[in-house]
Design a protein around this ligand. Sequence first.
Ligand SMILES: Cc1cc2nc3c(=O)[nH]c(=O)nc-3n(C[C@H](O)[C@H](O)[C@H](O)COP(=O)(O)OP(=O)(O)OC[C@H]3O[C@@H](n4cnc5c(N)ncnc54)[C@H](O)[C@@H]3O)c2cc1C
Length: 440
Amino acid sequence: MEQKKTGKFDALVVGGGIAGLQSALDLADQGFRVAVVEKDASVGGKMIRLSKVFPTLDCASCITTPKMAAAAHHENITVFTYCELEQLDRTPSGGFVARIRQKSRFVDPDKCIGCRKCEYACPVYLPDPEQGGFSARKAIYVPFSNAIPPIALRDAENCILCGKCEKVCPTGAVDFFQQPEEFVVEAGTAILATGFEMTPIEDKQQYGSGRIPNVITSLQMERLLAPHGPYNRVLRPHDGKEPESIAYIQCAGSRDQSLGVTYCSRVCCMYAIKQAMLLSGSLPLADITVYYMDIRAFGKGYEQFFQNAMAMGIQFVKAKVAALNEGEDGKVKLRYESQEQGGGVCEVEHDLVVLSLGLVPGWDPQGHCAVSTASDGFIKTVLPKIAPAITDTEGIFVAGAAAAPKDIVDSIVEAGAAAMEASMYLKRTAAGRAGGEARQ
Ligand SMILES: Cc1cc2nc3c(=O)[nH]c(=O)nc-3n(C[C@H](O)[C@H](O)[C@H](O)COP(=O)(O)OP(=O)(O)OC[C@H]3O[C@@H](n4cnc5c(N)ncnc54)[C@H](O)[C@@H]3O)c2cc1C
């Protein structure tokens, strides 16, 4: 693999989700030069993939895109997308050296103008993970409409090498022979903002492991509800029918000893309530039921949000759902143990079932950098009460859901705290002072 040049920055931010972008902007606005390394082809993390956000019901893309653009166009920020952190080592001066792998897009990023002519010409259709797998994308494609940067990439595994993309590209950007490259970033400090992933649906055997038609995940429902979603309306993916009764199953992959995910994922109650409210707007005649163990509406305005949902007619049933099975006509059979008065085991059917899957760590630092993880697998913070951004490696800080499941408000607040810790570290270390002198 070719080793490319070295870049020198004051701070390295790993992860270009909302937390990483906020930390980068806060540092860059103070005059520090920041490198953001993002493994996906676009920055924005999970937030840019959401429909609307609780508790304000703002359009997610309307409030995330300006932050993505601000970071990408900031004179003190360099964004490296489609890049993975291989190794992060501390230097004797207290700074850091990061080895980063640029994955092949098979498209020259300096030449691509994001016109999507390659995408229109490509004859291959594949399920689009950006749309929950419900619509198709091509084998060469721009990740999504407001991706930053809007650069195409080729899916080498599924490309049939017909050459149509290369012929129509007006700038000659398609490069079938592009190789991955490695480069080095030197920085005075680092912030880990590597976020979360969902508990794998395959692990929930009693809920069909993802094989029951019309049982979908909450992230898939975000796409069905999004203004630029796959169908522009909410339809059952299995047969395109408008669902008349929809169920949410809470704690489907959190507070679950059998999966090793014993903690509460903190955002699932609120995102289920949000989705239920949005659904009752787009399908006013549908019955919506949330099966829950207890509702955790902990943030400012969240309890009122929950009360509003009940006032809108959304049903909340205190129960633990034991099993899901395929019913007739694409319905899903639900077997649950009611915890309400009278109790007992009940069986009901719904047209569509949404699993409120939990949140698990987005990245394991083991083998890549010296920071430790806590027993839940998220990055360990040594002073969680009074300094929640401090890890057990001096000079490396953590922001957002990389440290624990959290909502956007808390991710933004912690990102600011991590930027402040990083800025203070730069000011007191030799590595930071060297960077400062170089800048003058
Ligand atoms: C279905 C659902 C709905 C939600 N709805 C809401 C809502 O309405 N309101 C609300 O407040 N919160 C909501 N949330 C929570 C919200 O998504 C999180 O608070 C937020 O995304 C956390 O941001 P983050 O930047 O910490 O993590 P992420 O969004 O996960 O971003 C992390 C980024 O780091 C990148 N990354 C990971 N590892 C590496 C690596 N090794 N190298 C380089 N890059 C890496 C990832 O690709 C990703 O882009 C919802 C969550 C879910 C699952």
